[in-house]
Ligand binder design. Structure first.
Ligand code: ATP
Length: 245
């Protein structure tokens, strides 16, 4: 992480009502890097992404510093964050089930579409290059896609806004091992597009395999951080998150 970070979080805390949910002293994402945050159920992973995106539930309150490129963005609304290049694929993929694959992508890129059909087509072609499966199914209703295809569509839709930082909330959730491998292969391939990825995962093995750098979140606090290959060899990580084999 030598270059100045594209995203830097400092002293971020989140509360839900009176309940303290998260403390992150520092988290940085270098341009084009893949950074992962691993942790068990309820560790605060979704809370962290929603705080960065400005999309916490109504009872959630964040404080601290979120710096994106050269701006302090903690007071920006979600729409503005999206317009400036932050994108989040939420855990519940939130697709429009009764609309086609193509129309779901179109909605992800509507800002670009307004800028001219040409750019929109170019973005869509890039997404179809990353996900040939979506191209084959462009007219199919999103609600009839398989779990893996739906995840691809959710990532593709987020990419339509041409983000500089893509945040993924447990992309492997509920998917069969073969599909998980496919999704992680695609995440690794995102590196070539220049987008930085902040990947939140319970599947620590797969996440640490693909990431450059990692953070371990336990009960709302960062307990460990380091280059992903070091975390993979760390006995505490192996025992708690990687199991045997
Ligand atoms: P999971 O993998 O199960 O989604 P997570 O690591 O993403 O877990 P969060 O969803 O961020 O964890 O939840 C962190 C903690 O905050 C949990 O104890 C959860 O119950 C609590 N929490 C989350 N959302 C709210 C809310 N709107 N109001 C009150 N508490 C909440």
């Amino acid at each position: 992480q030598r270059q100045p970070p594209v995203l830097a979080v400092t002293d971020l805390t989140v509360r839900y009502g009176k309940v303290h949910a998260l403390t992150v002293p520092e988290l940085k994402v270098a341009p084009g890097a893949i950074v992962t945050v691993i942790g068990a159920n309820g560790a605060g992973k979704s809370t962290m992404l929603n705080a960065i995106m400005g999309s916490l539930p109504r009872n959630g309150r964040a404080s601290g510093s979120v710096r994106y490129q050269n701006d302090q963005i903690e007071h920006w609304g979600v729409e503005h964050r999206v317009a400036q290049g932050l994108a989040l694929v939420p855990e519940k993929r939130e697709l429009f089930g009764s609309m086609s694959v193509e129309d779901n992508l179109l909605l992800g890129g509507f800002r670009r579409y307004r800028a001219g059909e040409r750019q929109w087509r170019d973005s869509m072609d890039e997404v179809f290059t990353l996900f040939p499966r979506l191209k084959e199914r462009r007219q199919q209703m999103a609600g009839t896609l398989s779990g893996g295809e739906r995840q691809m569509l959710a990532v593709g839709r987020a990419l339509m806004s041409k983000p500089s930082v893509l945040m993924l909330d447990e992309p492997s959730l509920g998917l069969a091992p073969r599909i998980v491998r496919e999704i992680f292969h695609i995440i690794a391939g995102l590196r070539a597009t220049g987008v930085a990825t902040l990947l939140v995962e319970q599947n620590a093995r797969a996440a640490l395999q693909v990431a450059d750098y990692g953070y371990v979140l336990e009960a709302g606090a960062v307990s460990l951080e380091g280059p992903a290959h070091e975390l993979r060899d760390n006995p505490a990580v192996i025992e708690s998150y990687l199991g045997l084999g």
